[in-house]
Design a protein around this ligand. Structure first.
Ligand SMILES: [Fe+2]
Length: 257
């Protein structure tokens, strides 16, 4: 199995199509897993919802999907997120909003598990920016491999299983076990380690690289690859401006921030 894992699309249709094309044509992926945040910020929320739904793959709920599905106050969101979410709520069909609201927070299969933000209280949307924060989520991981997103920063963390003990409740807890950042973009999974893989963002990368980001997991070779794909940034920007969304949302796409 070759699994393409992607998320934080943020209504960027050009980036989504580039990633799906790359996954199928260049990486020979035959399965897909979506980590959520299909909407918010970008100009094509409905189209992105339909493209992802058509894959028939597992799809998780992100914080933007959560908010796009309801009419609650957007207090706590940045002004940019608030403006775009208000616009997104009006733009989506009621049925699309219902579908976003019905998405699960977590996913688990024989090969991996996944969450949008963190296994620690998945509905609270905590950020895992560094090894200490990743450790909080890693201690709840039950498979060797867990995919996540939310920060828009592609990064792989690992922790040695031998450094952990089994809690009475049946969950793993760390005992000061060191969590390391894996520097490579192509990873060979090793027995005795647990991995937390942030696939980065399809539609709004924030690591200074403007290209769309996703991951490919090969279940036979036991490899994970972080992949970058160039896409038509200018059309995505023009769509944002034509929709009347803030210019800053278009500008940031060419900065990767
Ligand atoms: Fe996001």
């Amino acid at each position: 199995m070759r699994l393409a894992v992607f998320g934080d699309i943020h209504a960027n249709l050009q980036a989504l199509e580039a990633v799906l094309g790359d996954a199928r044509e260049w990486m020979a992926c035959d399965r897909f897993l979506c980590l959520g945040d299909l909407v918010g910020y970008g100009a094509n929320p409905g189209e992105c919802v339909e493209r992802v739904r058509a894959l028939g793959c597992p799809v998780l709920k992100g914080n933007h999907d959560d908010q796009a599905a309801i009419d609650d106050s957007l207090e706590g969101f940045s002004p940019l997120a608030e403006t775009s979410l208000t616009w997104t709520r009006r733009r989506l069909l009621p049925e699309q909003r219902d579908w976003l609201g019905s998405l699960p927070f977590t996913y688990s299969s024989e090969h991996c598990e996944a969450v949008h933000a963190s296994l620690d209280q998945p509905h609270r949307w905590g950020f895992l920016f560094n090894p200490d924060e990743a450790a909080v989520s890693l201690r709840l991981q039950t498979r060797p491999l867990c995919f996540f997103g939310h920060t828009h920063m592609p990064r792989i963390y690992r922790q040695r299983v031998a450094d952990r003990v089994l809690e009475r409740a049946g969950r793993w807890i760390g005992l000061g076990a060191e969590v390391q950042v894996v520097p490579d973009e192509r990873l060979q999974l090793e027995p005795g380690f647990r991995y937390h893989v942030n696939t980065g963002s399809v539609g709004q990368p924030r690591d200074g690289d403007v290209r769309a980001s996703y991951a490919v997991f090969d279940s036979e070779l036991r490899t994970v690859m972080l992949r970058r794909v160039a896409y038509d940034v200018q059309t995505a920007q023009a769509s944002i401006l034509a929709a009347g969304l803030p210019k800053r949302l278009a500008d940031r796409l060419e900065l990767g921030k």
